[in-house]
Ligand binder design. Structure first.
Ligand SMILES: Cc1ncc(COP(=O)(O)O)c(C=O)c1O
Length: 418
């Protein structure tokens, strides 16, 4: 068999399992919030690798942490502990409600650990034959792609075809106090919620809703799990969004920005809950790997500085002002929402369902952004994106908007021509 040495976007279709539909170019290098493709075209990155590159691309401190640790000790396994993981766990517990940390490699795995811990707590407390096993989750939520987390997520399409699915999971409407009050009860072992639903359309929880979930969990001896995979590590303007809300969970999961591009995730919890896991009950070969932990420790050190967190609010205001101005000229948005630098722009009726068209048109103008479902554009830039890059990014985005608006609104099936 002959194999070509050069790879292009077309190679993807030849060699990859087709679970993604990547853009028609291949990024090859990046710096800060600018990315270059294999043809040396330059893009402004307002997507941040889907809320991952919180400190931008190629941050010198992150590179230094990575290369120093790579030369020292990359991997040793959890048969031994290691200094970077211990330092990172100390930093996470010092900075949050948590007293104990479990490291994993992805958001899905951190959530898997959280859900397993919740079931284990319930069976330890109530016996193996307990019916206190129900997990309450919310419509449109997203918690990952393992079979358990995709079943817990509130987007049934993602779980279709993979049955039989794990049982004992109930989905109810997000931000619905009555549904929560009538569903969370003695059989509930855990409630899992994103403080701001990310993939599901950038929908912030109402503060009263999270307070009510906390109250109902306390009332029914259920654990409250905050999935902060997308909202965490400074994106909300606080280190974690629970701090913005003033509602403390029993378990919190974090990933994405924690590694700024190096895979690492963590499940944070309290000491009494952590005690329900013992050696052998859960684990991961790579979890808490020294290389990943050294990077994450540096990322957290940088993100937790006041300058970075205050900068998130300033940049968020700047983005919202730019989007409002574009909307004033084109009327393409129905609502702007989100928290900090997790920003959603819901398209107005004539453009409903066309979020991917806007993302593609933006790429044509060399600016990277995301959709969240079919109706919402999503921005998750670096937390330290330069203001000049934001301005240039929105200038290019407006050109993209202009091409879509100038092309007119395509007629929907069955619509009369007037
Ligand atoms: C809120 C939330 N939870 C979990 C996940 C899954 O994380 P990962 O893709 O790292 O498994 C995501 C990913 O988008 C997410 O946004």
């Amino acid at each position: 068999m002959t194999r070509s040495k050069s790879v292009t976007r077309a190679t993807f279709d030849d060699v990859m399992v087709p679970v993604y539909a990547p853009a028609p170019f291949v990024p090859v290098r990046a710096e800060g919030s600018r990315v270059w493709d294999s043809e040396d075209r330059e893009y402004i990155d307002l997507a941040g690798g889907i809320a991952v590159t919180a400190l931008g691309h190629g941050h010198p401190d992150v590179i230094a942490a990575l290369t120093e640790q790579a030369a020292r000790l990359c991997h040793i396994s959890n048969v031994y502990t290691n200094q970077p993981a211990l330092r990172l766990a100390r930093r996470l517990t010092d900075a949050t409600f948590a007293e104990r940390v479990f490291f994993a490699n992805s958001g899905a795995e951190a959530n898997e650990a959280a859900l397993k811990l919740a079931r284990k707590v319930a069976t330890d407390r109530h016996g193996l034959s307990t019916d206190k096993v129900d997990i309450v989750s919310f419509n449109q939520s997203f918690h990952g792609r393992t079979l358990f987390t995709v079943s817990v997520g509130g987007q049934p399409d993602y779980a279709e075809g993979f049955g039989p699915l794990p049982g004992g999971i109930t989905h109810i409407p997000f931000n619905d106090l009555d549904a929560a009050a009538s569903t969370i009860g003695p059989r509930t072992c855990a409630v899992i919620v994103e403080p701001v639903q990310g993939e599901g359309g950038v929908r912030p929880a109402n503060p009263a809703f999270l307070r009510t979930l906390r109250h109902l969990c306390d009332q029914h001896d259920a654990l409250l799990i905050f999935d902060e995979v997308q909202t965490g590590v400074g994106r909300s303007g606080s280190l974690y969004a629970y701090m913005e809300y003033g509602v403390t969970p029993d378990i919190l999961t974090t990933a994405k920005s924690l590694g700024n591009g190096f895979p690492i995730a963590a499940m944070l919890t309290t000491e009494p809950l952590a005690r329900h896991f013992s050696p052998g009950t859960h684990g991961s070969t790579y979890g808490g790997n020294p290389l990943a932990a050294a990077v994450a420790d540096k990322v957290l050190e940088r993100v937790t500085t006041r300058g970075v967190l205050n900068g998130v609010r300033e940049r968020a205001d700047h983005c919202l002002a730019a989007l409002r101005a574009i909307n004033g000229r084109y009327g393409i948005f129905k609502e702007l929402r989100g928290m900090g630098l997790l920003i959603g722009a819901e398209l107005s009726e004539p453009y409903a369902g066309r979020a991917k068209d806007f993302v593609a048109a933006a790429l044509e103008q060399r600016v990277m952004l995301l959709n969240a479902g079919t109706n919402v554009l999503r921005l998750t830039p670096s937390l330290i994106v330069p203001f000049a890059d934001l301005d240039e990014g929105f200038r290019r985005f407006e050109l993209a908007v202009d091409t879509i608006v100038a092309a007119g609104v395509p007629r929907r099936k069955g619509e009369a021509v007037v």
